[in-house]
Design a protein. Sequence first.
Length: 366
Amino acid sequence: MSHALGMNSQSAMTSPPVTISPPVTISPSAAPSPQATNPPTTCRLCGATRIRCLGTVPDSDYFAGRVLPQPIAGGRLWRCEACASMFRHPILTDSAYLALYAQGAADEWQADEGRQDLSIIRKMIVAAGVGAEIAVGFGIGVGAGAAVGTVPARVLDVGCGSGDFLLSLPAEVAKFGVEPSVAAAAAATHRGVSIAAPTLEDLPATGGFDVITMIDVIEHVALPQKLLDAALPHLSPGGRLIIATGDPGHTLWRRVFRSRFWYSSFPEHISFPSLVFFNLWQRNKGLQTPTAIQLQYRRLPLITRSLHFVSQLVFLASPALLNTVARGIDAFRRTSRHTPRPRRFFSPGAPGVFTDHQIVVIRRPP
Ligand SMILES: [Zn+2]
């Protein structure tokens, strides 16, 4: 997702332990249920009981590209000692998140320049399913046995937005998307993407896909296993499930920045599945062992990386200090463009500083 750069995200004063200030801006159903405010007893991803609190996540008043009238409490970041995943708790209800996404800025989730994950996934898709002539065009080495002009791959992008990533694939690839936003789905359709359904749950069993991508999606759902379960029936024999998300195994996140890491400070990010989690999920499903590569989210100039690193350090030391500085910068910027309301809470957007992302590939045997 394009959270933009610099101190463009939320943060703030730490909230009281395990309380959540009701987000006044959204309907009463947005408030978490009473039991959800208690500390968790198990890992939300794998169910293990060995979990550890990594601290309080600073509050935020910025969600899906929109400044909220009132902040959403950050809750706390938890780490599972069994599966090494992380998760935020408490979180809002599904309906509250849906309402917040529905009110989000229309262009929030556009594909970005300099994204490393997108170019790698593009190469994976081309190498996996399309003929060698196209693969050569993308600068990918293809084995001597690779067929030329084989049957085009059918690719399904879950959360495809207006179709930017799909449209970056070769013309021979049949492009399908799942997208809940009506406006984004309409834009994708207009551009030639077949919107198969608003969500995976609504997707009819109309034949499998050679590749199903989930790019910057799984960290937004409360139950990643449910999302994967919904995708699996649609994966063809030999097909690949490709998931791009944050890597909770990143040492600095886990040991140093903890609940004040830039990636987990976005209020939209609530679940951080590890490679161990993906391994646990795929057991007894007849799939191949998942593989993962770690990468930086974006390739950025050194000066930009340095500034982001400094803002990450300030956020670690004092979210209140970062807010003070960023409010000043924000006020200066807002004099030159229309923004409906000033932000009060910030966090460091640091998408190209650390090797804190992963691409997980899970293959169904041919
Ligand atoms: Zn776990």
